[in-house]
Design a protein around this ligand. Structure first.
Ligand code: GLN
Length: 197
């Protein structure tokens, strides 16, 4: 039995950071190791994290702040090292190759292009019972001004679609969702991202 603690870092410059930290407190690793969550606003912490989350929020703000405070390069190194990373909503936009928006300097760690706020203004927020690859029952997916994934390259696996557009994907160690798994009590997506890749 491994008694080492697992540390999950949540990029904490803006967005629904505390919601992810609360969701992590409900997680259990396979060996029942302790899992700790930390909000990250400065460099030097990410290298010690086992898992990383880029949360939902406002992608223009997150992208600007992580560039300015040096976190962007550490996130890229984490992703390239093969350690698990979960990117949700605005986080998915920041992780993508292109968001078709000059204000967002994307990290290009997830080989997809996205379209911000793609599901229309009148349905800014909605919940869908979404079938997800590998899950027995649909996932309660909450969409808030959600991006759509427009293109995916061959190395990207589509895990779920909504109205014919991909909304959950996996590329090796990186899982990205257009919706907010941290806003439900359902931890299956965090588990999938961290323990099943
Ligand atoms: N529409 C937001 C953006 O483009 C994302 C919304 C969210 O994270 N809930 O940054």
């Amino acid at each position: 039995m491994n008694s080492e603690k697992i540390t999950v870092g949540v990029i904490g410059v803006q967005g629904d950071v505390s919601e992810h930290i609360a969701a992590i407190s409900h997680l259990r690793s396979l060996d029942d190791e302790a899992i700790d969550a930390v909000s990250i606003r400065k460099t030097g912490i990410i290298p010690n994290c086992n898992f990383l989350i880029i949360p939902g929020g406002e992608s223009t703000t997150i992208s600007r702040l992580i560039k300015r405070n040096g976190l962007a390069n550490e996130i890229i190194s984490h992703a390239q090292s093969g350690k698990p990373l979960l990117a949700t909503c605005a986080g998915l936009i920041v992780a993508s190759k292109s968001a078709n928006d000059k204000r967002i300097d994307t990290l290009d760690i997830l080989d997809i292009t996205v379209n911000r706020n793609a599901f229309g203004r009148q349905i800014d927020s909605f919940e869908a019972h979404l079938p997800i690859k590998g899950m027995d029952t649909p996932f309660p997916a909450i969409f808030i001004r959600a991006p759509a994934i427009e293109t995916t390259s061959k190395n990207v696996e589509i895990l779920a679609e909504y109205k014919g557009r991909p909304v959950a994907v996996r590329q090796d160690n990186i899982v990205g969702t257009s919706f907010h798994p941290e806003l439900t009590f359902d931890t299956r997506l965090h588990n999938l991202a961290f323990f099943e890749s």
